[in-house]
Ligand binder design. Structure first.
Ligand code: NDP
Length: 323
C-alpha cells in the first residue's frame, strides 16, 4: 500500500471501496492497463473482514477466513499495479467531466471513470454483546454462517423479508430456529411469512426483544423479554442472527445519483452504469437482493469492463473532435 502524498492528480479509473467488488474491478482495470487507483474506505476489506470462515466462495475448497480472503484480493490487485490507498472518499462532483472526488475532506482529484464499490453494512441492534461475540455465534448472514450451526438451536431477530428468508434457510440446517419479532405482526411479504409458519422447527416469539447474549467467548444463550408482559427468559441458542436490514454505504451519492427508496444505487439493468456517464456502481451498494461475495466480485468485473468500454469510446470521440 502506498502513501497518498499526491496532489492535483488526474487518473483514468478511480475505485471507491475495497471489498470483493472493488478489488475485482481493480484487477480487471489494472490488467487492461488503466492504472486504477483504489481508495479503501474506512473499513479496508469491507464486510468480509468481520466474518469468520468463508466456505461458499469458489476456488477455496478448504474454505478461507474472510480477512485472509481480502488480503489475497488486495495482493492480486496490487500484483497488477493497482495503486491501493488508505483514505475515504468524502465528496464527489459528477457535474462535469472528468469527474472530481474529494479524499478525506481535503485532497481533490480528477478521474475519467469512477467505479463505486462502497458496499453495504448490516444494521445491528446496538447491544454491546453483539460486538463482543461477533463471529463467535453472532452473525448477520445466514447463508454465510448458517452451516456452522448444523443441528443446533439458533435465534433470528427481525420480521422483514430478510429475517423470514434467513429463518427459513436456517430451519433446514438447525435443530430449532427462534424468530424474535418485536411486534405482534411481521413486515415480511405474505408468501415469506407463510414459509416461516409452515416450517415445523421455527418458533415465532411475538412482542419480544433481545436484552443480551449469554456466553464468554461464544454465544451460549439469548436473553429475551416480552415487551407486553415483561416476562424474561433465556433461549438456549448458540447462534444469533441479526436480520433487521442493511444500509448501503451511499450517503455521499444521495443528491448526485439515482438511489432507490432504501438508498441502493440504481443501475441500468444488466450493466453497472449509473445515470451519469463514466460513473459505475458495483457490489452491495447497488444490490439489495443477492449481497454475496461472489456476486459482488462478478459485479466488480462488470464495472471495470463497462469503464474500459466507456474510456475507449471517449477516446474515439475526443480524437474526432481534435481532427
Ligand atoms: P426491512 O426494513 O423490510 O425489515 C426490517 C425488520 O427488522 C422489520 O421487521 C423491523 O421491525 C425489524 N427491526 C428493525 N429494527 C429492529 C430492532 N431494533 N429490533 C428488532 N427488530 C427490528 O428489512 P429487510 O432486510 O427484511 O428487507 C429490506 C428490503 O429488501 C425489503 O424491501 C424486502 O422486501 C427486500 N427483500 C426481499 C427479499 C426477497 O424478495 N426475496 C429478500 C430480502 C429482502 P418492524 O417491522 O417492527 O419495524
Amino acid at each position: 500500500m502506498k502513501e497518498d502524498d499526491t496532489t492535483n492528480e488526474h487518473v483514468q479509473v478511480l475505485i471507491i471501496g475495497s471489498g470483493p467488488a472493488g478489488y475485482t474491478a481493480a484487477i480487471y482495470a489494472a490488467r487492461a492497463g488503466l492504472k486504477p487507483v483504489l481508495y479503501t474506505g474506512a473499513e479496508p476489506g469491507g464486510q468480509l473482514t468481520i466474518t469468520t470462515d468463508v466456505e461458499n466462495y469458489p476456488g477455496y475448497p478448504e474454505g478461507v477466513t474472510g480477512p485472509q480472503m481480502m488480503v489475497e484480493f488486495q495482493k492480486q490487485a496490487e500484483r497488477f499495479d493497482t495503486d491501493v490507498r488508505y483514505g475515504v472518499v468524502t465528496d464527489v462532483d459528477f457535474s462535469g467531466w472528468p469527474h472530481e472526488v474529494t479524499i478525506d475532506g481535503k485532497k481533490k482529484m480528477k478521474a475519467d471513470a469512477v467505479i463505486i464499490s462502497t458496499g453495504a453494512s448490516a444494521k445491528w441492534l446496538g447491544l454491546a454483546d453483539e460486538i463482543r461475540l461477533n463471529g463467535q455465534g453472532v452473525s448477520a448472514c445466514a447463508v454465510c454462517d448458517g452451516f456452522f450451526f448444523k443441528g443446533q438451536d439458533v435465534a433470528v431477530v427481525g420480521a422483514g423479508d430478510t429475517a423470514a428468508e434467513e429463518a427459513s434457510y436456517l430451519s433446514k440446517l438447525a435443530n430449532k430456529v427462534y424468530m424474535i419479532v418485536r411486534r405482534d405482526e411481521m413486515r415480511a411479504s405474505k408468501i415469506m411469512q407463510q414459509r416461516v409458519f409452515n416450517a415445523q422447527n421455527i418458533e415465532i416469539l411475538w412482542n419480544t426483544e433481545t436484552e443480551g447474549l449469554i456466553g464468554e467467548n461464544q454465544v451460549e444463550g439469548v436473553a429475551i423479554v416480552n415487551n407486553k408482559t415483561g416476562e424474561k427468559r433465556v433461549l438456549n441458542a448458540t447462534g444469533f442472527f441479526v436480520a433487521i436490514g442493511h444500509k448501503p454505504n451511499t450517503e455521499i451519492f444521495e443528491s448526485v445519483l439515482d438511489l432507490d427508496e432504501s438508498g441502493y444505487i440504481i443501475t441500468t439493468l444488466g450493466t453497472s452504469k449509473t445515470q451519469i456517464e463514466g460513473v459505475f456502481a458495483t457490489g452491495d451498494a447497488q444490490d439489495r437482493i443477492y449481497r454475496q461475495a461472489v456476486t459482488a466480485a462478478g459485479s466488480g468485473c462488470m464495472g471495470a469492463l463497462d469503464a474500459e468500454r466507456f474510456l475507449a469510446q471517449k477516446e474515439v470521440e475526443l480524437a474526432e473532435v481534435t481532427q
